[in-house]
Design a protein. Structure first.
Lengths: 75, 137
């Protein structure tokens, strides 16, 4: 989904979302305004979490963390 | 967004060999800066990447289970990002079956269910429509 300030990918997966997040970050057709990309993934593991962060994305696991991050991003 | 499925092999597959395989299979090579290939049939799509870095994200018990099923240590991880359109899973499994004819492998689906090469072939033969349901459960 997309908000005014961010792209949000929601998943119940525990890993293997890096390529999709990289594509959302890099692909101008999917993200023409280069909005920050957030992975909302309650069950995501710590190690792949670092891969997402290193790629330039954000990972949040709770609704509150998502709300807080969106506020930080100016939502 | 697409659903991730892993093809895990005990063979040390080189990127150039995998690209040749993708090309021979009829995949579109390098459809973007992220993936190595894409399979498309009308509105069904599977994005493919050789990405061994994902192996480190499996837990020790998962690696052990995979190694048991493979009867060898996993060395190569191929990510299949399968579009949500019904039928796309079938594309992915047909590809996995062809891959397994060339390299020893298992399939680890998005529900952490593991399929041996034989189970993969059985599923392909006994109803590819059902397979999509199984993989997307």
């Amino acid at each position: 989904m997309e908000t005014a300030k961010a792209m949000i990918e929601v998943t119940t997966q525990v890993s293997r979302k890096l390529k999709q997040i990289q594509k959302l970050i890099c692909d101008p057709d999917l993200n023409p305004l280069s909005k920050p990309v957030i992975l909302y993934a309650p069950y995501y593991k710590d190690t792949p979490d670092q891969d997402i962060i290193n790629a330039g994305g954000y990972v949040v696991r709770t609704q509150q963390d998502l709300v807080n991050l969106l506020r930080q991003l100016g939502e | 967004m697409p659903e991730p499925i892993s093809l895990i092999s005990s063979a040390d597959i080189k990127p150039e060999d995998f690209s040749t395989f993708l090309q021979q299979y009829g995949a579109i090579l390098h459809p973007d800066r992220i993936y190595d290939g894409r399979l498309s049939r009308e509105n069904l799509h599977v994005w493919i990447a050789l990405d061994n870095s994902e192996l480190k994200n499996f837990e020790a018990d998962e690696i052990e289970m995979i190694a048991q099923k493979l009867a060898d240590h996993p060395q190569t991880h191929i990510l299949l990002d399968v579009s949500q359109t019904p039928g796309s899973q079938q594309l992915a499994i047909e590809f996995a079956c062809k891959f397994s004819e060339k390299w020893p492998c298992v399939v680890y689906d998005s529900c952490q269910k593991l399929y041996s090469k034989q189970e993969l072939f059985n599923l392909c033969q006994t109803g590819q429509k059902e397979l999509g349901k199984i993989l997307s459960q």
